[in-house]
Ligand binder design. Structure first.
Ligand code: RNT
Ligand code: ZN
Length: 409
């Protein structure tokens, strides 16, 4: 008997179907962010990320061109099993010759990404980029008191909706488009509602243009604070959630965007009682929104449990982290594997846990939950990778790629 067969029997004795879990894991789409490969720099302004976010570290091998980033993404796909989408930002537009401003972007500036995705059978998710740009004036975009600044970004937001539609058309898969604006103030505001009022009106204007609502899924991401804008964030949790629910937009929760003792795992069930869908940015906040590589930790597992319990068809799972202090490909792959491992862990949860809760048998519930933590999930995970033709230990391949490709950049 193989280790997998033995583990499968152990799970079966608790009423858990490991084969079914593997099948669900294989078919659950994870939207993988492109920005781990180049420290969120992009190809238009090529500045280090600003707007309250920061990548730290200077490990060699950062992807500096579209070709390098695409090659690195291929390397990630080679080391990960399952189904993926590619998640890119507007700042990753690829210009052939003449550059276009963010308020001039067109589908043609993303044609190379479409070619890339088509060849690999991937869908694309998209993000307008409201940061790392000179038109972010005094830290504000859609909420700026300056009309020309708001207009610039409103146009960007509208153009991105059209580009999202183009991705959906070309690739035959819906395109999630996430709006996150860094707008905020460093110190105590004299007016909190004014910027929020302007942000609301700007968003209304963006979403007033016609777009195919069955194939383009706009989401709105809130935040608690960013670096340099500690006192006030325009797109706070209340602002973004209220706006989303009132306007038929999907809320997006990033688990780095809340106070440290607030848990996203506890938010999923509430949000899904009031919104048909929920989008997630899975990250690992270390004391702040540090965007560490996702770990196979308690909160990631708890979030995935809630996704499974509430229905995987209702959640859109994406990764969002960036670490430049270690090999970037390894960072990427480790984070993706950990999201999937946590998902597998959730899929292997015995149904009796819920029954014990409903019977108020909290003694047995606690004992069973602790036993479940040390069940042989590793053998099921290794079987998943084996069936997908992937290595459980990806380090030798990471080492080869570093030596042959990254170190030569
Ligand atoms: C920033 C948000 C946002 C970005 C990406 C690059 O705090 O999490 O999602 O990380 O859009
Ligand atoms: Zn995010």
């Amino acid at each position: 008997m193989t280790r997998f067969e033995s583990a499968k029997e152990i799970y079966a004795s608790l009423g858990v179907d490991a084969e079914k879990a593997l099948e669900t894991l294989k078919n659950t789409v994870i939207s993988v962010h492109c920005w781990q490969g180049d420290d969120v720099v992009g190809f238009d302004s090529r500045q280090a990320a600003s707007g309250g976010i920061q990548t730290t570290g200077n490990y060699p091998g950062r992807a500096a061109t579209p070709e390098e980033l695409m090659a690195d993404f291929d390397e990630v796909l080679k080391l990960c099993g399952g189904k993926f989408k590619l998640n890119i930002h507007a700042s990753y537009a690829i210009f052939d010759g003449e550059k276009a401003g963010r308020n001039e972007l067109e589908p043609k500036h993303f044609a190379k990404w479409v070619d890339y995705a088509k060849k690999r059978g991937l869908g694309i998710d998209f993000n307008p980029t409201f940061f790392s740009h000179p038109m972010v004036v005094d830290g504000l975009t859609l909420s700026s008191p300056k009309k020309e600044v708001r207009e610039y970004w409103i146009e960007h937001g509208k153009r991105c909706l059209k580009i999202a539609e183009y991705f959906a058309d070309e690739l035959g898969q819906p395109c999630l488009i996430n709006y996150w604006m860094p707008d905020g103030l460093k110190d105590y505001p004299a007016d909190r509602q004014g910027p929020r009022q302007r942000m609301k009106e700007s968003l209304d204007e963006i979403f007033s243009i016609p777009y195919d609502k069955t194939r383009v899924i706009p989401t709105l991401e809130s935040k608690v604070f960013g670096i340099g804008v500690e006192a006030y964030t325009v797109g706070s949790a209340e602002f973004c959630l209220s706006y989303s629910l009132k306007n038929g937009i999907t809320p997006l929760v990033d688990n780095g965007h809340y106070h440290p003792t607030e848990m996203v795992s506890d938010k999923i069930s509430s949000l899904l009682l009031f919104s048909d869908k929920l989008a997630l940015h899975v990250t690992r906040p270390m004391r702040w929104d540090s965007d560490h590589v996702v770990s196979y930790d308690d909160e990631t597992r708890e979030m995935m449990k809630e996704c499974v319990r509430c229905g995987l068809d209702k959640v859109l799972i994406a990764t969002d982290y960036f670490d430049a202090s270690i090999n970037r490909i390894s960072a990427w792959v480790t984070g993706i594997h950990n999201v999937q491992k946590a998902l597998l862990y959730a899929l292997l949860e015995p149904a009796c846990h819920k029954e014990l809760q409903d019977r108020s048998d909290f003694t047995s519930l606690m004992a069973c939950q602790e036993l479940y933590k040390i069940m042989p999930i590793g053998d099921i995970w290794n079987e998943f990778l084996r069936r997908e033709g992937r290595e459980a230990n990806y380090l030798p391949e990471i080492g080869r790629y570093e030596k042959e490709v990254l170190s030569k950049r």
